[in-house]
Design a protein around this ligand. Structure first.
Ligand code: ANZ
Ligand code: ZN
Length: 805
């Protein structure tokens, strides 16, 4: 028999699949459909890494299994190709980002094909292709027309190094996500998408019965949106006709307010500067706050800072007490009303502040010791020192005070969200141009649909300008245009969209990637429907998942797509760590290149190992020796062909092993327990070798089970064994639960206490049946010649003892 030569057979099968268009999905087939989606990669210069392999192989396995189960499968791939690394590379090397991108895409494509992925390559999309971004622009235009996109001046997180405005999510910890340098606040004109208006719908969608997300992913989404129920309460100012409105989730603690805090940016400071006697001190404090990032202000503010606003005071609307007002940077202008009622007895931040500035604390909920710390665990607490609320539990007190506030017009119930509107632009070149024109007469005007796409023009220099404007601003012949409304001179918007844009709807385009009239045809949208299973990184279950659910829900609301939620099921893989147990990185030198593994052992070994490496959802350390172990496993699979017998069907000895293995592997795949599925196949193979044979039918079933993981070697064995057609045209095997129970077992036979042989008996056979088997065994028969049997003891299922003289 020829030896197992992965290099040869892998190229051979990849070519056959390509020539036969084996994995081409058909639109609108009669078959059941399965749409498996993996996060399309950013084609960086570094090429595919083993993390990608782990991310993609899971749904690759599912897609191959579903095809064998009779489904019409859509398993597409594409390129999320706009973005900074390519642009920075273009700046450094003077090459056009288009050329850089095409080169990288070519590398990625070659690598993915070498792994043997069953993608439908005819549906490949590229977010930087004008035929694609035409529709990204179209969706933006629809949002603009529907009042969900607006331009506003605000403070933005700006990275001085990347020269780019960052979304809050991209500047967490006050540090630029991309380059790691510190983020500063800068006033800019910014496009916003009103994602907040969709907050309730996005929360609601998580409870949709068509959604099957793991609880931890739902939690991530909920926390990100951060809905909190509370009230806005008005505090009148003393001697000034003005009210200061606060947002509180704890209106029940209103009698415990001993001071108020406003954000340094609060407009009241400017409005009443003539009444404030220490205004200089406050200006200084404002300047200092400007230099801090939101993270420093909110998370790191262990040591509280602040200044009392001298000259104005507020009045508690229920107790009528005079309340001092402070400015402090732990209150953010961007959340609630930018002002709070401080309750040091029951809020930790307020307690630290009061402690530092010697402000009194009032206990309004019984149970703690507020001289030592804020008492915050108040679910079962009873109100005290609280006038009309005394004696009530927190929940009842909340209800009572909210209706009191309502009736007396001193405030109202209010829901707030942590999630801010989405700052939706960058001052960079390599992104989608906005389909927007600025006209002096008509204001901001959308580009007419017929003029889409607005193509990126060529520029000489990809560097953003020092004022933070996009390099597009320098191309006059592109910038200057005519207003589609009045025909007068006008200018194009020169910012570009953020990288999140193209990935917010790509799953729809795969359903009909070449459509010139629409995102996708109604027929195709109806046929493919929801993505059945979406797998990707845990780092994308907040922003990307929220953004794409938002765009999709909007498209549903305007009648473009026929279903509310884009993804039925979402899962996330764990990371692969380097052999040193650390995150793989170039600088550490612990990066494993998949090509090296393929060259040395073959793609099937790479795939097997990456699926065998550990719990799919947990991080796992790369171990070279285990890669070799996986190669040995495949070698043994290959050599099963040397012990194939012609016996029909499953052999009596292996029948329960076969059914057990089919069941285990089938269910484990469904539950993303690829490692235990492979382990079950490894132990089955040990049993075949122990028996010294495998029947043709057993081998056939076995290689079908292994096929989704190791498709090349299994197709080759299929062909060598002369099974009908190709493996990818066969059906997934079924199991019979009754046959999974082992009914024939091997038990030892002892003669005078010594192990002399083994017999195969049915589990519940009686002494008579067992005796028959013993008598048939040639070895034992020989040993009993001329001996007198004194006693025979049979322990069913355990042992057969013979005592002789
Ligand atoms: C009084 C109070 C008493 C509060 C108490 C809490 C505990 P979430 O759940 O995050 O919505 N707050 C309101 N606006 C703020 C802002 N702009 N910057 C900083 N803090 C702000 O929390 C809402 C609570 O955070 C509000 O309820 C307010 O403090 C504070 F025992 O009001 B609370
Ligand atoms: Zn005009």
């Amino acid at each position: 028999m020829k030896t197992y030569n992965p290099e040869h057979i892998e190229k051979k099968w990849q070519q056959i699949w390509e020539e036969n268009q084996t994995f081409k999905s058909k639109d609108n087939s009669d078959k059941k459909k399965f749409y498996g989606l993996v996060e399309f990669p950013y084609p960086s210069g570094a090429g595919l890494h083993v993390g990608h392999i782990r991310a993609y192989t899971s749904l690759e396995v599912m897609s191959r299994k579903r095809r064998l189960e009779g489904y019409n499968v859509l398993f597409p791939i594409g390129w999320d190709a706009f973005g900074l690394p390519t642009e920075n590379y273009a700046i450094q090397t003077g090459q056009h980002p288009r050329i850089v991108t095409d080169k990288n895409i070519k590398t990625f494509t070659g690598q993915m094909k070498a792994v043997g992925y069953s993608f439908d390559w005819d549906r490949t999309i590229d977010t930087t292709d004008p035929e694609y971004y035409k529709w990204t622009q179209w969706i933006f235009l629809k949002m603009f027309e529907n009042g969900l996109a607006f331009k506003d001046k605000t403070y933005v997180n700006f990275c001085n190094k990347c020269k780019v405005v960052l979304a809050n999510e991209e500047s967490q910890n006050g540090i630029c996500d991309r380059c790691g340098s510190e983020v500063v606040q800068m006033q800019k004109d910014v496009w916003f998408l009103k994602i907040r208006e969709y907050a309730d719908k996005l929360l609601e969608g998580l409870d949709d019965e068509n959604i099957d997300f793991p609880e931890r992913i739902k939690m991530e989404q909920k926390n990100w949106i951060g809905r909190s129920y509370g009230a806005e309460v008005d505090f009148k100012l003393k001697n000034v006709d003005e009210k200061l409105t606060v947002f509180t989730t704890r209106p029940d603690t209103l009698y415990g307010v001993t001071f108020m805090v406003i954000a340094p940016e609060h407009p009241m400071l400017k409005k009443y500067k003539h009444l404030i006697t220490n205004i200089e001190e406050i200006y200084n404090y404002q300047d200092a706050a400007k230099k801090k990032s939101e993270f420093e202000r909110v998370q790191l503010a262990k040591d509280k800072t602040g200044v009392q606003v001298q000259g104005i005071n507020a009045i508690n609307p229920v107790s009528n007490e005079i309340i001092p007002i402070w400015v402090a940077d732990y209150v953010m202008m961007g959340y609630g009303t930018g002002a709070i009622m401080a309750v040091p007895g029951h809020d930790t931040r307020d307690w630290e502040f009061a402690e530092k500035f010697n402000i009194p604390k009032i206990e309004v909920i019984e149970g703690g010791d507020i001289t030592k710390e804020a008492f915050t665990d108040t679910t079962d607490g009873i109100l005290v020192n609280s006038g009309m609320l005394n004696g009530l539990r927190v929940k009842e007190a909340k209800k009572k005070i909210v209706s009191f506030i309502d009736e007396n017009s001193i405030g109202k119930s209010k829901t707030n969200y942590k999630m801010k509107d989405w700052a939706f632009n960058r001052q960079r070149y390599w992104g989608e141009p906005f389909p927007i024109i600025h006209c002096d007469k008509c204001g901001i005007v959308g580009v007419p649909e017929k003029d889409l796409p607005v193509r990126l023009p060529n520029v000489e220099n990809y560097k953003p300008t020092d004022t933070g404007e996009s390099p597009l601003a320098n191309i006059e012949e592109w910038v200057n245009t005519t207003c589609p409304k009045c025909g007068g001179p006008a200018k194009r918007e020169t910012d570009t969209m953020p990288q999140w844009a193209g990935s917010s709807w790509y799953f729809l385009r795969y359903m009909d990637p070449h459509n010139k009239e629409a995102i996708a045809s109604k027929d195709n949208l109806n046929y493919w429907g929801q993505v059945d299973w979406y797998n990707g990184g845990m780092e994308h279950v907040t922003r990307h998942l929220i953004y794409s659910r938002f765009w999709h829900r909007f498209l549903y609301d305007i009648g473009t797509v026929p279903f509310k939620e884009p993804y039925k099921k979402r899962t996330a893989q764990g990371m692969i760590l380097g052999p040193d147990g650390e995150k793989m990185s170039k600088s550490r030198g612990n990066v494993i290149n998949p090509n090296v593994i393929i060259d040395e052992y073959g793609a099937d070994t790479l795939r097997t190992y990456v699926m065998f490496i550990g719990d799919y959802e947990k991080s796992a350390i790369w171990v070279d020796s285990s890669v070799k172990g996986c190669k040995r496993f495949l070698d043994r699979v290959w050599r099963l062909q040397e012990i194939v017998t012609d016996e029909k069907g499953y052999s009596k000895k292996h029948i329960s092993l076969m059914h057990r293995t089919i069941k285990k592997v089938s269910l484990d795949y469904e539950n993303m327990k690829y490692n235990t599925a492979i382990a079950a196949m490894m132990s089955a193979i040990n049993e075949f070798y122990d028996s010294g044979y495998i029947t043709k039918e057993e081998l056939k079933t076995f290689i079908i089970l292994l096929n989704p993981i190791a498709p090349h070697i299994t197709e080759e064995i299929w062909e060598m064994q002369g099974f009908e057609n190709m493996l990818n045209q066969t059906e997934w095997p079924e199991w019979d639960d009754e046959k999974t129970v082992e009914d024939e077992i091997e038990i030892p036979v002892q003669i005078n206490g010594k192990l002399r042989g083994k017999i195969l008996v049915s589990k519940d056979s009686d002494l008579q049946a067992a005796k028959e088997k013993v008598n048939q065994d040639e070895n034992i028969k020989k040993l009993l010649v001329e001996k007198t049997i004194v006693k025979e003891i049979y322990v069913p299922g355990k042992i057969y003892n013979i005592v002789v003289k």
